[in-house]
Structures are given as structure tokens and as C-alpha cells.
Write a protein that binds this ligand. Structure first.
Ligand code: SAM
Ligand code: SF4
Length: 453
């Protein structure tokens, strides 16, 4: 195993999109092309399957020094109302493009910290969004809660508006690790919010854990797993710590590179965690995710309906996903677009009636085919090029790249199908990289991706 780790531990994307953001072709992208792709996607899919909405709520009261998310640290809660107004204004700009009322199938509040906002203000935001839309009869609403500031009132307000799924950032229970990442978060807080969620009626409570954090040892994973299993969340993200200190403003500091576990130690932490979770009845689905058999994501995984986008894994796919808020990314299936990251600039643009995107990519035929292969691998651990629509010119090059992984037992190929083996699961990002034609054609000029292991 150690040899494989050394061999395959390279910089690589997490494939929440294909093409990945550093490979977006900004030269062929324009606001006009983006709006056309949104309209096309809306017309093709709104009635049939509805659309997804992702709302980025970027504020946090304090900085966790491991966090790679886009956030703004402040204790000034006066920012809430103006930000909500901007989101509703941006939503209006999209609704103006649509020829009929959008039907919301999925709605996710991410951050930053959605529970930075008061329950009352979150209620205003959601009701404002609903005013312009219809709701799909099987709509799914979810949010990210911070265990330190989620109140019973937050949970009740959002439940009353239709939210049934919540995920809490937990990371690790060891005090030493919590100090290193500047995130002191007692187990009692996680227990309290998990229990409240269940009492109120949430059907899926998730916890986010991370391995590979500074000063984290296998003993810390043991303790974190033991505590996690006392609460038995329905769903678990068990993320590999993404160390990307070169990314502007992410605040990954307060520890040295030497404080991070080695790639081998990190892999052992993952293997240990996986063993504990599997023994406790969890199933590993896709990359970094585990769920109990009773959770909706498990069912969608076994029925091959699971999808992956900028929000991570979702139980079903909509062709159109609109991301509202500073830094949010939208996906029209034919194109991607990202909003400006500065909150002030975002607010200024929407006030002036401009959809606040600053970069994006329109997918060509090759991109669309490769994207489907990568989605298949990430969501089903297999893909096939049997059908003509899944064939592409440089298939031989991809198969050459996979040859070594085949010899190492990470993948199997039979006829025109590729399967990731059990031993290959930890290397899923590397398998996807074999299909990434843009990466083969041009290596990134600077460090943009975290390590794959
Ligand atoms: C927006 S936060 C969750 C909500 C809330 N802000 C909180 O911290 O509880 C999203 C999650 O992304 C994960 N995350 C953030 N930075 C990461 C990194 N550098 N590597 C791996 N996972 C990370 C964490 O598990 C975190 O809980
Ligand atoms: S982990 Fe959550 S609370 Fe901490 S800085 Fe990141 S988004 Fe904010």
C-alpha cells in the first residue's frame, strides 16, 4: 500500500466539475453565452425535473485555520439584511430570463455559515425565493449548520419551510487538533444540535469529519469515530484535509507543514475510519462519503441516480443549478459560471441589474463526454464507452494512462467498461485524472490542486 501511496500521491482535482475551474476557457465565455445556456437548459428541463438552487452565505464569526471555503469573518450582524436583499435581487435577474415560473427541486444553503444569519432573516430569504417559484412535490432542502451557533429556533424555522436535511461541521473532537485549527467545539454542542434536529423531524442529519489535519493522530480518529458512532449520523462526509495555503484569504495558518501527518499516516487514518464506519453499518458511497442504509443518498447510490456537483454529492440530478451569492458557481450543464468573490463587488453588480459572474466555461462536445465519464466514476465507480455517445477521439490515450493502474489492481476493464476495484477506491481522483484530456494536454502552470491522497 505504501508504494502505491508514494506513486499516486500527486496534485489532482476533486472533480466537482469537468472541466475543472483552472481549465475553464474564459476566451470563449461571455455573459451572453452564459444566459443563452441557462435559457436553453431551463426550457429543456424545468418542467420535467425542476432546478436546483445553491445559496452561498459567506459570513462566519471566527476563522477556522484549516478552512478552504470562501468566507468573510465578522461579528457585525448588520450585514445580514443587505446580503439577503442582494441574493433576492440576483434571483430576480435569473427569473427575468426564464419564460415561466421556475420549479425548485433542490435548495441548499452553504457557506461560510448559514446559521450566522438569524432564523428570522433566513425565513425572509427562503420566503423571498419561493415567491417567484413553484416547488417540486419531491423537493429536497438542506443546509450546513455550525454546531456552535445553530439554535433550536433555526432548526424549527427551516423545518417549517420544508428543510429535512442538515449537515454539521464537526472535523475532529480532539482538543489538540481543535486548537491547531482554531475551532473549539465541544462534543456536547454537536450532541445537542443532532438531537434537536431529530426531535424536530429532520430525516437526514450529517456530520463532516476530516482526516489529515495538523497534529491529528490515529488516536484522535479513534476518539472522533467513537463519539460519532454514539450519535450515529445518517450521513457522514469523511474528507481528506485539502491543504491549499496558496489560495488567497483562506487562512490556512497557525501550524507548520511538518505538523501535518505524512501521506502514509493520512491514508492509515482514512483506512481506520473506514473500518470503524463499515463495522458500524455505514456504506462508502462515492468519494469521501458514507451513509447508513436508511439514508436517501444510499438508495440513490444503489439505484445509480446519485449526482455530483459543486455542492458535493446529491441524491438526484437536475440539469440546471443556479448558484446565488458571492463566489457561487452555477451549472447549466452546457456551461459553468462563477460569481465575483468580493461581497462588495457582488452587491454593487446586482444592484445595477447585472448577473454578477466574472468567469466561466461553455462545454464543447468532448467536454460533455468526458464530464459524463468522470461523473460516472465519481458517482458509480464505473463507466463505459460502449455507446457511441460515450466515445471520444483520445480514448486510446486514456486507456494507456489506465494500464499502470490496471497492473496495480486499482481498476478492471472488460469489453468497453471500466470499474474501480475496492483497492482502487482511495485513488478515484487519479482514475478520473486519466480521463482528464485537458490536464494531459497542459499541466497546470502553478499549484492549483491539493494532493490526491
Ligand atoms: C462551510 S463548512 C460547514 C458549515 C459551518 N461553516 C461549519 O464550519 O460548521 C463546510 C465543510 O467543508 C469542509 N472543509 C472546509 N475546508 C476544508 C479543507 N481544507 N479540507 C477538507 N475539508 C474542508 C469542512 O468539513 C466543513 O465542515
Ligand atoms: S469551517 Fe465553517 S465556520 Fe470555520 S471558517 Fe470555514 S466556513 Fe467558517
Amino acid at each position: 500500500m505504501n508504494n502505491l501511496i508514494q506513486k499516486y500521491n500527486v496534485q489532482g482535482p476533486r472533480y466537482t466539475s469537468y472541466p475543472t475551474v483552472p481549465y475553464w476557457d474564459v476566451n470563449t465565455f461571455s455573459g451572453k453565452a452564459w444566459k443563452e445556456s441557462v435559457k436553453r437548459s431551463f426550457e429543456e428541463s424545468n418542467e420535467k425535473e425542476g432546478i436546483s438552487l445553491y445559496i452561498h452565505l459567506p459570513y462566519c464569526e471566527s476563522m477556522c485555520t484549516f478552512c478552504g471555503c470562501h468566507k468573510r469573518i465578522t461579528k457585525r450582524h448588520e450585514v445580514e439584511i443587505p446580503y439577503i436583499k442582494s441574493i433576492l435581487r440576483e434571483w430576480q435577474l435569473y427569473c427575468d430570463l426564464f419564460p415561466s415560473k421556475p420549479k425548485i427541486k433542490e435548495l441548499h444553503l452553504g457557506g461560510g455559515t448559514p446559521t450566522f444569519f438569524s432564523p428570522e432573516h433566513l425565513g425572509m430569504l427562503i420566503k423571498g425565493l419561493f415567491r417567484k417559484a413553484e416547488l417540486d412535490e419531491n423537493c429536497e432542502f438542506s443546509f450546513e449548520g455550525h454546531p456552535n451557533n445553530t439554535t433550536r429556533e433555526h432548526l424549527q424555522t427551516l423545518y417549517d419551510l420544508g428543510f429535512r436535511r442538515v449537515s454539521y461541521g464537526v472535523q475532529d473532537y480532539s482538543v489538540k487538533v481543535q486548537k491547531a485549527i482554531s475551532r473549539i467545539q465541544p462534543y456536547e454542542n454537536v450532541k445537542k444540535v443532532t438531537e434537536w434536529s431529530r426531535e424536530i423531524g429532520y430525516t437526514s442529519v450529517g456530520h463532516d469529519l476530516i482526516f489529515g489535519l495538523p497534529h491529528q493522530r490515529i488516536e484522535d480518529i479513534e476518539e472522533t469515530m467513537a463519539r460519532t458512532l454514539e450519535l450515529l449520523p445518517d450521513r457522514l462526509a469523511f474528507y481528506s484535509y485539502a491543504h491549499v495555503p496558496w489560495m488567497k484569504g483562506n487562512g490556512q495558518r497557525g501550524f507548520r507543514d511538518e505538523d501535518l501527518p505524512s501521506p502514509e499516516a493520512k491514508r492509515m487514518q482514512y483506512e481506520y475510519g473506514k473500518k470503524r464506519l463499515t463495522e458500524a453499518g455505514y456504506f462508502e458511497i462515492g468519494m469521501d462519503h458514507f451513509s447508513l442504509q436508511t439514508d436517501g443518498l444510499y438508495k440513490s447510490f444503489t439505484e445509480k441516480r446519485m449526482h455530483r456537483n459543486f455542492m458535493g454529492y446529491t441524491a438526484s440530478k437536475t440539469q440546471l443549478m443556479i448558484g446565488l451569492g458571492a463566489s457561487s458557481i452555477s451549472d447549466s450543464w452546457y456551461g459553468f459560471a462563477q460569481n465575483v468573490k468580493s461581497i462588495e463587488e457582488y452587491q454593487h453588480l446586482v444592484e445595477n441589474g447585472i448577473i454578477p459572474i466574472y468567469r466561466g466555461h461553455i462545454l464543447n462536445r468532448e467536454d460533455l463526454v468526458i464530464r459524463r465519464h468522470i461523473l460516472n466514476l465519481m458517482c458509480r465507480l464505473e463507466t463505459s464507452w460502449e455507446e457511441d455517445s460515450m466515445k471520444f477521439d483520445e480514448l486510446d490515450l486514456v486507456l494507456d494512462h489506465l494500464e499502470e493502474m490496471k497492473l496495480d489492481g486499482l481498476v478492471d476493464t472488460k469489453n468497453a467498461t471500466l470499474r474501480v476495484t475496492e483497492a482502487g477506491r482511495p485513488f478515484i481522483r487519479n482514475v478520473c485524472m486519466a480521463f482528464d484530456l485537458l490536464l494531459h494536454r497542459k499541466a497546470p502552470e502553478k499549484r492549483v490542486f491539493s494532493m490526491t491522497i
